[in-house]
Design a binder for this molecule. Structure first.
Ligand code: C2O
Ligand code: CU
Length: 427
């Protein structure tokens, strides 16, 4: 069991050398504390809101009861300034998860409210001791203070607002010490409200062993680690180079729609300083690393599964800019319906020239196809990218946790503009 106090509070953090930034934080720092548990543990968080506005905590990716999911009204009343709320649940799955507010999310998360939650399991421990990396960015003005969350108006919303200060565990361009030849294991979460991360180290490849919901069926080799907002990756790699030299870990622009990659140079987000002394002989990953994940599509419940089309849309109302699902902004929509034990196939698409990381609360799904192509490896997901002018087809089985569950684009500017919906799961 892990029982902690957590306070959301405005605090000074150090981002730029020119002086402190007044940010919104969990526990006075960015990111908030790393919560470490073992699968099956109970987590109790005594939460206090010391922010100037209402907030909640959403536990992204965790299969917990709807009442603990942090969506105002549907899960719990919003926690008002000065008030407290106790989150209390079991963590049923191993994986890297994260937590963030679900009120005014683009602004609150963009101001610095996020943290990681690591749930470990035995086979994962065998893959090596992990380093958790929380990737994010902050939008600051010339004085190093938080920029307006409405900067750029409707266009800012459409593109998704990124901050120029790219952060790894809350710091710009930090240095990680490592030994050449000694295997590293990184567990990475993209906690930025809009920025995609495509992480590269020149001359190196990564072995991805896990995703949102724990280990893959088998490891896959990748040149770069791609993380849309909200996604996680569990990767292993061996830093190589002359002892005493440095490797650059770079953010590379990923084309996720209009103007998102054109003419954008890489950004160094972290350095790896290789220790002086002898280089080690790299050790291979354990043979057979992975786990069996049954294909939901092959289970009896999938026969005759209902298929639901969800189009992610822009749908201005008069002069008011809005985004939505099937042409309807959140608030005017009717919930989808599902019954406990039911399997559904969701065909999520967009005609817009912007990609959308689609997130479903409370349940893992399996991606069947992206732009009509089957996925390379089976894994449990809670957030998956819908490419610009493209589609992503998922399959989900609703287990026995009734309630109102949210789904939305994890570009939080899009979500707040209305690209959200609910599914009502009933017995
Ligand atoms: Cu991480 Cu509703 O979101
Ligand atoms: Cu979107």
């Amino acid at each position: 069991m892990l029982e902690v106090d957590l306070v959301a509070t405005v605090a000074d953090v150090s981002i730029r050398p020119s002086g402190p930034t007044r940010a919104w934080t969990y526990g006075g720092r960015i990111p908030g504390p790393l919560l470490k548990l073992t699968r099956g543990d109970r987590l109790i968080v005594h939460f206090t809101n010391q922010l100037p506005e209402e907030t909640t905590i959403h536990w992204h990716g965790l299969r917990i009861p709807a009442a603990m999911d942090g969506v105002p009204v549907h899960s719990q009343p919003g926690v008002k300034p000065g008030e407290t709320f106790t989150y209390d649940f079991m963590v049923p799955d191993a994986g890297l998860f994260w937590y963030h507010p679900h009120v005014n999310s683009a602004a609150q998360e963009g101001f610095g409210l996020y943290g990681a939650l690591l749930v470990e399991d035995t086979p994962e421990v065998e893959a090596g001791d992990p380093l958790v990396l929380v990737l994010s960015d902050l939008a600051l003005d010339d004085n190093g203070q938080l920029a307006s969350p409405a900067s750029g108006g409707d266009l800012g919303t459409l593109f998704g607002r990124e901050g120029d200060d790219v952060l790894v565990n809350g710091r710009k361009d930090p240095v990680l010490r490592a030994r050449a030849g000694r295997r590293q294991r990184w567990r990475v979460v993209n906690a930025a409200k809009s920025r995609y991360f495509w992480v590269a180290i020149a001359g190196h490849r990564f072995t991805r062993i896990g995703g949102d919901g724990g280990l893959l069926t088998r490891p896959v080799e990748e040149d770069r680690i791609l993380l849309a907002p909200g996604e996680r990756a569990d990767v292993s790699f061996v830093p190589m180079g002359a002892p005493g030299s440095e490797l650059d870990v770079q953010w590379v622009a990923y084309d996720h729609g209009y103007g998102s990659a054109f003419n954008r140079p890489p950004v160094r987000m972290m350095r790896i300083a290789l220790e002086p002394g002898a280089q080690e002989t790299p050790v291979a990953l354990p043979v057979g690393l992975g786990r069996s994940i049954p294909a939901l599509a092959d289970e009896p419940a999938a026969a005759g599964a209902k298929t639901i089309d969800l189009r992610l849309t822009q749908n201005n109302q008069g002069t008011k800019f809005a985004m939505g699902i099937n042409g309807v902004p959140f608030g005017d929509d009717k919930p989808l319906l599902a019954t406990i034990g039911e399997t559904q196939i969701w065909n999520v698409s967009t005609d817009l020239d912007f990609a959308h990381p689609f997130h479903l609360h409370g349940f893992f799904f399996q991606v069947l196809e992206t732009n009509g192509e089957p996925n390379a490896v089976r894994e449990w997901k809670d957030t998956a990218n819908v490419p610009q002018k493209g589609s992503m087809k998922l399959i989900v089985r609703f287990d026995e946790r009734p309630g109102m569950w949210m789904f939305h684009c994890h570009i939080l500017d899009h979500a707040d503009a209305g690209m959200m919906g609910m599914v009502h799961l009933s017995p």
